[in-house]
Design a protein around this ligand. Structure first.
Ligand SMILES: NC(=O)c1ccc[n+]([C@@H]2O[C@H](COP(=O)([O-])OP(=O)(O)OC[C@H]3O[C@@H](n4cnc5c(N)ncnc54)[C@H](O)[C@@H]3O)[C@@H](O)[C@H]2O)c1
Ligand SMILES: O=c1ccn([C@@H]2O[C@H](COP(=O)(O)OP(=O)(O)O[C@H]3O[C@H](CO)[C@@H](O)[C@H](O)[C@H]3O)[C@@H](O)[C@H]2O)c(=O)[nH]1
Length: 463
């Protein structure tokens, strides 16, 4: 919305949220999320044609176009729990829109939703609006930005996708929304589609992207078993223009609020459509991701002589990727939990994630985040968790370091100094393959590099 406000000065954009603390933060220079370049964009438009408010009724009532971008997490209870999308927030928003609307509106699905959601939302809107002159035209306009690169993705998107009905009012609504994006996006990048294709394209895009990572992660295990190097394999296949070089980085596992949730949603839709084989196919992407996180923990344990009890392990990076403070579904949660389950004490360092977030993530059940706490959370031993704001201190007295996020700063540390303060043998487990492994080995570290030939020390100890 900030980008639309920046690029379309004649359009008034009001961002409304029921979360007062977030709106308050949006009105300061300490935004509630860390995203490179976002503050500059917000500052340029805020107070001019970009506003943040908790007065949902007033601003939705006045709007011509309403983008609904509420959260659509995985259901945690009831029918479809653990897979289906929870549309409670979406339905709640639709009911509010219906109740405050005295003029016709275009309703834009910006959240990622199951295919056919537009149908359900239209029913909620139409049955709850008492004014017969009000018409709601629903469009699907899924968002493809990635966190950490949101501004550049929005500034020059590969495409903007707009799905709508093939009716006169549907086509007019598509063109109205297209004219907003046309302020800065070339026409050939604005794709028009029918509603169901647009909704399904978003789930499919995420499933395909995650599938590439799981495919490379599966090969990383085979590389370690055979002496092949997963980065060399990735480079070799990525030069085939039909495959392409992006999204082939083997890692400790993909995280983020979208991939797992959206694939599980796709799996659930397939199951309810009676397509069990198709559901099984996509679910395997998640299974492989879980295997990769588990495999990483096993590597740490077996390298350290099959016992990590009471050993300090420094965790470099807790966010699900670099340049964000977001920890939703970060592989670091499962890795830290796995290490602690085997008795280790973890000491987390991340340049952006708050202490409260780390504690919250490591002491509560999966399928929740700080906005939506789950009362059934089982507490874990807090004394096994330490947090440091200094990477050197995090590693002091540690037996090993696990690199779980690819923050650039990790590449430039003085690893000789880090090594000198660690217990020997000192291990580094590079779950992102970002460090100079040769140099680390020269210093004296035992290095596990994901998907790369194992050094003799690890071969002997790996069971
Ligand atoms: N995070 C991303 O990078 C990204 C990218 C593409 C698509 N998406 C999709 O966008 C949607 C939102 O994702 P997010 O990461 O911003 O979630 P989020 O949980 O960070 O934000 C959702 C916001 O909606 C607010 N909200 C809930 N119900 C409301 C209501 N009735 N009225 C007003 N506000 C309400 C919440 O208070 C919250 O601040 C999801 O469907 C997600 O899949 C996210
Ligand atoms: O080669 C790769 C690329 C990514 N990742 C990991 O995959 C996860 C997701 O990364 P990324 O896709 O860059 O970030 P997201 O913000 O989750 O963005 C995804 O999810 C969004 C929400 O649906 C979509 O809009 C984006 O197009 C889609 O890329 C992160 O843990 C990354 O570290 C890898 O392990 N290897």
């Amino acid at each position: 919305m900030a980008m639309i406000a920046l690029k379309c000065p004649e359009i008034e954009v009001v961002v409304v949220d029921i979360n007062e603390a977030r709106i308050a933060a949006w009105n300061t220079d300490k935004l509630p999320i860390y995203e490179p370049g976002l503050l500059e964009v917000v500052k340029e438009a805020r107070g001019r044609n970009l506003f943040f408010s908790t007065d949902v009724g007033k601003h939705v009532g006045e709007a011509d176009i309403v983008f609904v971008s509420v959260n659509t997490p995985t259901k945690t209870s009831g029918v479809g729990a653990g897979k289906a999308a929870d549309l409670t927030y979406w339905e709640g928003a639709a009911r509010v829109i219906a109740s405050v609307s005295s003029s016709s509106k275009i309703i834009v699905e910006k959240s990622t939703v199951p295919v056919k959601t537009a149908d359900a939302i239209e029913k909620v809107l139409c049955r709850n609006c008492t004014n017969p002159d009000v018409h709601f035209e629903i469009l699907s306009n899924p968002e493809f930005l990635a966190e950490g690169t949101a501004i550049e993705d929005l500034m020059a998107p590969d495409r903007v996708l707009i799905g709508g009905k093939d009716t006169e009012s549907g086509r007019a609504a598509i063109e109205a929304l297209a004219s907003v994006y046309a302020h800065w996006v070339p026409q050939e990048r604005i794709l028009r589609a029918n509603l169901w294709s647009a909704e399904l394209a978003k789930l499919t895009a995420n499933a395909m992207l995650a599938q590439r990572i799981s495919s490379m992660n599966s090969i990383s295990a085979l590389c370690e078993a055979t002496g092949a190097d997963v980065q060399q394999v990735a480079r070799s296949i990525g030069t085939d223009s039909r495959i392409g070089p992006k999204f082939l980085n083997a890692s400790v596992g993909f995280g983020g609020s979208c991939f797992q949730k959206d694939i599980l949603n796709l799996v659930y839709i397939c199951e309810t459509a009676g397509l069990q084989q198709v559901a099984n196919y996509w679910e395997q992407v998640i299974t492989m991701n879980n295997y990769q996180k588990h495999r990483f923990v096993q590597r740490v344990i077996s390298a350290m002589f099959n016992t990590i009890s009471k050993k300090k392990i420094a965790v470099y990076g807790f966010a699900f990727k670099k340049d964000t403070g977001d920890t939703r579904e970060t592989p670091a949660i499962d890795v830290c939990r796995g290490l602690m389950a085997d008795g280790a004490n973890v000491c987390v360092y991340d340049p952006q994630v708050t202490d409260e977030q780390v504690y919250q993530d490591l002491t509560t059940q999966p399928y929740e985040w700080y906005d939506h706490p789950n009362p059934r959370s089982a507490p874990v031993d807090k004394s096994a968790i330490a947090i440091s704001h200094d990477p050197m201190e995090a590693a002091r007295g540690a037996h090993g370091i696990c690199v779980l996020t690819e923050w650039d700063e990790f590449k430039s540390y003085d690893y000789q100094k880090v090594y000198d303060n660690m217990v020997k043998p000192a291990f580094i487990f590079d779950g992102r393959n970002i460090l100079d492994h040769q140099k680390l080995r020269e210093i004296g570290f035992i290095v596990y590099a994901l998907g790369k030939p194992l050094e003799p020390f690890l071969q002997k100890n790996y069971s």
